[in-house]
Ligand binder design. Sequence first.
Ligand SMILES: CC(C)(COP(=O)(O)OP(=O)(O)OC[C@H]1O[C@@H](n2cnc3c(N)ncnc32)[C@H](O)[C@@H]1OP(=O)(O)O)[C@@H](O)C(=O)NCCC(=O)NCCS
Length: 162
Amino acid sequence: MTEPSRGAAAPRPQSASVTQMTEYVLPQHTNALGGVFGGQIMAWIDLCAAICAQRHSGRMAVTAFVDDLAFEQPVRVGEVVRLEARVTATFRTSMEIEVVVQGEDATTGRRWPCVTARVTFVAIDAERRPTPIPALLLDTDEVKASQAAGETRRAERLSTRR
Ligand SMILES: CC(C)(COP(=O)(O)OP(=O)(O)OC[C@H]1O[C@@H](n2cnc3c(N)ncnc32)[C@H](O)[C@@H]1OP(=O)(O)O)[C@@H](O)C(=O)NCCC(=O)NCCS
């Protein structure tokens, strides 16, 4: 597992950058079947993850890679899209952010899974060059396991990098 300290700022807890967004589905967000466009959900995922990445790194951050997305159940007009992003692993200048997206019927409180995304962000400096970020604080067994799993996924991503 990656050592937590690499010369950047002190390690930061996962909880410090957890980011939640709530969106109400309007007709302009939907396709002909009345469900949210996949591309709209992807845009919200990117925004939610970007805020999380900036909160963790204290830097501007750009999207470098998006893992496969599988949409499980639709969210329709008049329903709510809930997004929650957290840093699941950090590397030298990049970080893996997981975004869990749920649908919600605000009138009943019922929630259902929509999609889970993993996005890699790279922190950049004023010259737009990749710049080191604080490590994730490995303060619980869950976060340690998350970092280890993220390192395995990163190796797979980079093995296919062009
Ligand atoms: C992402 C970007 C900054 C990487 O720049 P680069 O010159 O390739 O930099 P490096 O090779 O030094 O890589 C920097 C980091 O990005 C990571 N990275 C780059 N491509 C990656 C990929 N396809 N998957 C996962 N990580 C990737 C590297 O592993 C490295 O991480 P590390 O420092 O934690 O080890 C650059 O490709 C870029 O600006 N892309 C466009 C970003 C963009 O416009 N996004 C959409 C709008 S926000």
